[in-house]
Design a protein. Structure first.
Length: 183
């Protein structure tokens, strides 16, 4: 799908063409917002608000400045951080956030479910400055330069935050990964 062509169609009045963008980015946005610490219903609401804002302001999108995915995740990140600041709670309890921890809808009873749950629980314990770039890198399918644009920092800072976040995750999950240096 040529996103720029779809965007031009939407701007030209073909509002139904926006559905292609929604279908392309709905799951990555839900995964990202879930990993930021939102329960499934909240992540769905935030993703919907992200798409509404993107649709309303699509004329402002400049493909010379960023990819559409970068622009969209920037909107989602800002909305998510604002929502979490309003509720003044950094994370949910595991019981409250089970859906957010497994937005991939995988079988919760498979052998890897406990490991996935532990990793996601540890991810939610990370400060947002580490959690967000890790989620964008591994769930948003964005490159370092795009993550830097979303986060509003340099590529070096993004790499550092991902490295430090992974290091903290490794420390929290030593019983799962042992002393191996591949996490």
């Amino acid at each position: 799908m040529d996103e720029f062509q779809v965007i031009k169609q939407v701007i030209s009045g073909n509002k139904q063409a926006f559905e292609k963008l929604v279908l392309r980015y709905q799951t990555p946005l839900l995964l990202y917002l879930g990993r930021m610490g939102m329960v499934q219903a909240e992540a769905e609401d935030m993703a919907q608000e992200t798409f509404i804002r993107a649709f309303r302001h699509l004329g402002r999108f400049d493909p010379q400045q960023a990819q559409f995915s970068t622009w969209l995740f920037t909107i989602a990140r800002r909305l998510g951080i604002n929502a979490m600041a309003r509720r003044r709670v950094k994370t949910y309890s595991l019981e409250d956030s089970e859906a957010a921890l497994d937005l991939s809808y995988t079988d919760r009873y498979d052998d890897g479910a406990t490991i996935k749950r532990r990793i996601n629980e540890a991810l939610l314990q990370l400060p947002m400055k580490y959690r967000s770039p890790i989620a964008l890198a591994y769930l948003g399918d964005l490159g370092m330069a795009d993550i830097a644009r979303v986060e509003g920092c340099s590529v070096g800072t993004v790499k550092s935050r991902i490295h430090r976040g992974k290091k903290r995750l490794r420390e929290m999950l030593t019983d799962l990964i042992g002393d191996n240096d591949y996490a």
